[in-house]
Write a protein that binds this ligand. Structure first.
Ligand code: FES
Length: 164
């Protein structure tokens, strides 16, 4: 089964072509992260078939492409829910209540870190430092940073998601 529909395939080729134009021919592998971002923008996640396609396009060993996809938590290995919550649990955020955020989200949506709720509404990930330590605790909601998350802010976010 193809990775993309014909329209998606055209978009992938066009966007990857623009990226590869910036790299020397023998350094195409350096575009790996950008290629995965393109795939995720199109599909919402990076399935195995896309990893194989990207590895072929960039002339990389398949294992290299797989290890990069699995190393970076911003790439989804499964189709995520409509709301992706990435809660930073690194030092600054941990010291300022990250675990409470994780616990509250788990309890309200009936899931565990790394899971998607049964209704497909929410995916929760715990992630390493997102570079916003000065505004800890923080999380990313569909890629948008939500900083200095206190009880009220978290409750508002949960209600917004529940009402969606
Ligand atoms: S420790 Fe959470 S953003 Fe850096």
């Amino acid at each position: 089964m193809a990775v993309f529909t014909p329209e998606e395939q055209s978009r992938f080729e066009e966007e990857l072509g623009l990226v590869l134009a910036r790299f020397p021919e023998d350094q195409k592998g350096a575009a790996l992260l950008e290629a995965f971002h393109i795939v995720q923008d199109i599909l919402g996640w990076v399935p195995d078939k896309a990893v194989e396609l990207v590895a072929r396009e960039l002339g990389l060993p398949l294992v290299r492409a797989y290890e990069v996809r699995s190393f970076y938590t911003m790439f989804h290995l499964e189709k995520p829910g409509g709301h992706v919550l990435e809660v930073c649990t690194n030092v600054s955020c941990a010291c300022r209540g990250a675990q409470e955020i994780v616990d509250r989200v788990c309890e309200r949506f009936g899931l565990a870190p790394g899971e998607t709720s049964a209704d497909g509404r929410v995916t929760l990930k715990t992630v390493e430092c997102l570079g916003s330590c000065g505004t800890a605790p923080m999380l990313a909601h569909n890629g948008e940073y939500v900083e200095e998350v206190d009880e009220a802010a978290l409750e508002n976010l949960i209600k917004e998601i529940e009402g969606d």
